[in-house]
Design a protein around this ligand. Structure first.
Ligand code: PLP
Length: 478
């Protein structure tokens, strides 16, 4: 039997309608809610009469809104049984199969990917971007270092964080991962060495390895970074680069305190090692706390990477490099051997979004609620798992009482939950006692997922399958 959503729940989710015609405002809200699955797919929407009563609107208004949804592929009518949610082109089209273990199905819960759905502001920013576009159509449209309005908005963000930045120091890229790739393309010598945290963001370690660099690890644990240990490794290995994620590190959620940033910057300076600092998560402070100053405040030679994928939406594909002035020419030259810039509409939309602030406030509220829900669920259903509750970011890094993370990921895949085990985050192997759980899905999905994970975990425990597979590699994990 298909599920239904009540008029009261739809009213809660829709909230206050924007100014303008009520039917189009309602259709826009429902489109977003269905698009990001807060209203799941194949669910029966309330009858027009019930929703009109719940929202205090006329029945004609709701009828027109449902007509719009149907015309745009976000709903379909089933003869005699009501209106059901859908997405244009069908469910398969809305997923990238590569990112979901075993392929996307309607009943898969994707905890493999730590990226949230788009907040409402993204759609509005695209509309504003289209209105700005005509001013750019009369020229060639290539901006290899970035659209000036976006460079300015990003530079203003650094200035507000205590790092004065000229817009010319910003190079816009299609995401932070590409930004890192451009930096390595421009600055690496061969053979070269890079020091990176373990655990770390796996796509970055894959990119660094594929660039021909030799990888060296510095361990990161619940207490964060061991700066004295890193300084010893710098002296011993003499790496060209260190790749750091000091703000809500992926996957641990750790934040490097200001004093450690200062000490590490000093050590890097004395060994001539350049920091590549990935700040993808810095704006995701969920408890209203102030963040330490950017790493480049302490290390002016650092190259900083930024992204809107985690604060706004991965589909924007907007990231950037903030570099010392002397490096900008080399970086732009290197990027031009790869691509010639980022689409203008996306850059315009990004500039609109950043002028509203580093992250939409409702996005922070939503992530905070989901984080708290996930923490509660893990404590209840998996009491033997240990974690440090992160004050921000997107993920809970859970330590299991014994090895078996890879075996668990395989077991929960059979229950249609995609999960990323610790070894994926370890550049050199190991970490099979860890699992990363993102809180980027709605609360109901998190509950369902944790219950399925707990069932699989308890089954594995009962079977005594504790050894697991020592190493699995996922192609794409966010
Ligand atoms: C630390 C870190 N850097 C970069 C990225 C990728 O960002 P983008 O989508 O901007 O390439 C991610 C995505 O998970 C990440 O966690």
């Amino acid at each position: 039997m298909k599920e239904a959503i009540s008029a009261r729940r739809v009213r809660e989710l829709v909230g206050e309608l924007p100014a303008g015609p009520a039917y189009s405002g309602l259709a826009d809200r429902l489109t977003l809610l269905i698009g990001d699955r807060r209203i799941p797919l194949n669910v029966r929407l309330p009858s027009e009469r019930a929703l009109a009563a719940a929202l205090g609107l006329s029945r004609t208004t709701v009828t027109r809104a449902y007509d719009t949804l149907r015309d745009n592929g976000y709903a379909h009518a089933a003869q005699g049984s009501g209106t059901f949610t859908a997405v244009p082109g069908g469910h398969e089209r809305a997923h990238d199969r590569v990112l979901v273990a075993g392929g996307a199905g309607d009943d898969w819960i994707d905890l493999g990917c730590a990226a949230d759905s788009a907040p409402a502001e993204v759609m509005a920013a695209y509309a504003a971007a289209l209105a700005d576009l005509p001013a750019y159509l009369g020229r060639h449209g290539y901006f290899p270092s970035g659209l000036p309005v976006l460079q300015e908005a990003i530079a203003a963000g650094y200035a507000a964080r205590g790092l004065p930045t000229d817009p010319g120091q910003i190079v816009i890229t299609p995401g932070a991962l590409t930004a890192a790739g451009v930096v390595v393309r421009a600055l690496a010598r061969h053979p070269g060495r890079v020091l990176l945290e373990s655990p770390t963001y796996p796509n970055a370690s894959e990119m660094l390895r594929a660039s021909g660099l030799q990888l060296h690890e510095c361990p990161l644990d619940g207490n964060g970074w061991d700066i004295a240990g890193i300084a010893d490794t710098l002296a011993r290995v003499r790496p060209d680069f260190v790749y750091l994620i000091p703000d809500f590190q992926n996957p641990t959620g750790a934040v490097m305190p200001a004093a450690q940033r200062r000490q590490l910057a000093q050590a890097l300076r004395s060994h001539g090692t350049r920091a590549i600092v990935d700040e993808t998560h810095h704006a995701l402070a969920l408890d209203g706390q102030a963040m330490p100053p950017p790493f480049a405040v302490f290390d002016p030679e650092a190259v900083t990477l930024g992204s809107m994928s985690k604060t706004h939406w991965g589909g924007l594909r907007i990231g950037w490099i903030r570099a010392p002035r002397t490096l900008v020419g080399t970086l732009v030259q290197a990027r031009m051997s790869l691509d010639l810039g980022v689409p203008v509409v996306e850059q315009l939309a990004a500039a609109h979004l950043l002028r509203l602030g580093p992250v939409p406030p409702r996005q922070i509220e939503r992530l905070r609620t989901q984080r708290d829900a996930l923490i509660g669920l893990v404590k209840t259903h998996l009491p033997s798992w240990r974690f440090n509750p992160p004050a921000g970011g997107l993920t809970l890094w859970c330590e299991l009482p014994h090895r078996g993370a890879a075996a668990l990921a395989a077991a929960v895949a059979a229950s249609r939950v995609a999960l990323t085990p610790g070894p994926v985050f370890s550049p050199g192997g190991g970490l099979d006692t860890f699992v990363r759980l993102p809180w980027t899905r709605p609360e109901a999905e998190l509950r369902d997922a944790v219950e399925r994970i707990a069932a699989a975990w308890h089954r594995l425990e009962a079977d005594g399958q504790q050894t697991g597979v020592s190493r699995t590699r996922a192609r794409a994990v966010f």
